[in-house]
Design a protein around this ligand. Structure first.
Ligand code: HEM
Length: 419
């Protein structure tokens, strides 16, 4: 999420830059940070994606002195083709970190995200079938039912709502509960944990992380005692390399499945609805021709990508003239790759009918998003049901959506109005 993928949720504290390491040539240092550059700090009506796209005027790799939430420096790979090289070369660029566990002062990995091959592949093969297109198809009626329930409630309660709070987060949490086989009775509790983890301060995040871990551990214990036909039973009964999974491995998988689909899906839905609110023609097009929504969602995933992936160099390597040294962090930001003019024609134009859209929103290589089929269906179904039930909408006069950068880009205070 180390990737970075789902890291914003887990870091805390202010960003402080560290000194430039001796091996980094001064001419390779640039004043750039996904956290603190203009447009990255919470900004009313900001456009962080356009702000990062500016890096394409510069070199293919440079050094940023502060490019993680805790202020670590990273090499920044700007070209999509170079990012693919890094993400594919897991021997040189490792995913081995413990982002979630470190919030609790511990060091177990989220699985499979923070494992490297070959062990990564063992877990990936185990989990692949659980999120296959066929499995997602089976989940689809429940995803749609939950979208409809939430949107109908919003429609019944007035002519405006806060998208993150009223729709995007409860929707994503709901699908997580459905995916692991629980009813939505505990929805409010989970939404509270998700809120504290994603948007809480230094004091709120550790208790939320602890509560999630306790929940996963408890569910695993229950399913070991009384197996049923669900996700957690599958995990506690599964074998890798001829043995049952350890408690820590079960926890590493459970936590990742919870964290991975939260701020990612909710941010995508928010950016998509913000785009449609600001572009009434696009909104009208998708409303009148809903068959276009699936293709449009791909373009919106490209243009409003949210994840910065981080890798750690396992050895010294020269990369396009950059002296990367063992232990250095290397950033592959999807929001940068997806605005690469060498990869996409007019990358800063949003064309909802763009063809052959091979974007990097879900990453690349062995860690490519395991939940991409589910995520895609959540986004498409969310948009379909929203447009079918809510009349022409815009950003509520007098309110301003707040965008922010970071490991996971996002948007808050998106108040839509259809009065
Ligand atoms: C729009 C929504 C989403 C986006 C943009 C997204 C993006 C990503 C990216 C970029 C990665 C690669 C991370 C890396 O290489 O370091 C990743 C990995 C992963 N994602 Fe997603 N994700 C989304 C939704 C989901 C959902 C709904 C799930 C469901 C549980 C999920 C589960 C995972 C898992 C398990 C991994 C780790 C895969 C591995 O390490 O082999 N994601 N995601």
């Amino acid at each position: 999420m180390p990737t970075a993928s789902h890291e914003r949720s887990l870091d805390s504290g202010a960003v402080k830059s560290r000194p430039v390491p001796d091996h980094v040539p001064p001419e390779m240092v640039r004043d750039f940070s996904l956290f603190t550059s203009p447009g990255m700090l919470p900004t009313a009506n900001g456009d962080p994606h356009a702000a990062v796209a500016c890096v394409h005027a510069g070199p293919p790799i440079f050094y940023s002195t502060s490019n993680t939430r805790d202020g670590r420096g990273t090499w920044v790979i700007t070209r999509a083709s170079d990012q693919r090289r890094v993400l594919q070369d897991t021997e040189t660029f490792s995913s081995h970190r413990s982002i979630f566990a470190s919030v609790l002062g511990e060091s177990w990995p989220m699985i499979p995200l923070e494992l490297d091959p070959p062990f990564h592949g063992v877990f990936r093969s185990l989990l692949n079938p659980l999120l296959s297109p066929k499995r997602v198809m089976a989940l689809e009626p429940a995803v749609r039912e939950r979208a409809i329930k939430l949107i109908d409630r919003i429609a019944a309660s007035g002519t405006s709502c806060d998208i993150m709070k009223d729709f995007a987060v409860p929707f994503a949490v709901n699908i997580f509960l459905r995916f692991i086989g629980l009813s939505d009775d505990g929805l409010e509790t989970f939404v509270g944990w998700a809120r504290d983890l994603l948007h809480g301060d230094k004091e709120q995040r550790p208790p939320a992380a602890r509560a999630i871990v306790a929940f996963i551990d408890e569910l695993a214990t229950e399913r070991r005692k009384e197996p049923v036909d669900d996700f957690m039973t599958f995990i506690v009964k599964a074998k890798v390399e001829g043995r049952l999974l350890s408690d820590e491995e079960v926890r590493g998988i459970g936590v990742l499945v919870f964290v991975a689909g939260l701020d990612t899906v909710s941010a995508a839905i928010c950016f998509d609805l913000a785009h449609l609110a600001r572009n009434p023609k696009d909104q009208e097009l998708l409303r009148s021709e809903p068959d276009r929504i699936a293709v449009a969602a791909e373009e919106l995933l490209r243009a409003y990508s949210t994840i910065q992936m981080i890798r750690v160099a396992t050895k010294d390597v020269d990369f396009k003239g950059a002296p990367i040294r063992k232990g250095d962090y290397v950033s592959c930001a999807t929001m940068i790759a997806n605005r690469d003019p060498a990869e996409f024609e007019c990358p800063n134009e949003i064309d909802l009918a763009r063809e052959d859209n091979r974007h990097a929103a879900f990453g690349y290589g062995p860690h490519r998003c395991l939940g991409s089929h589910l995520a895609r269906r959540e986004i498409v179904i969310g948009l379909e049901e929203w447009l079918a039930r809510i009349p022409a909408f815009r950003i509520k006069t007098g309110t301003e959506p707040i965008t922010f950068g970071g490991h996971v880009f996002g948007i808050e205070n998106l108040i839509l109005d259809w009065s």
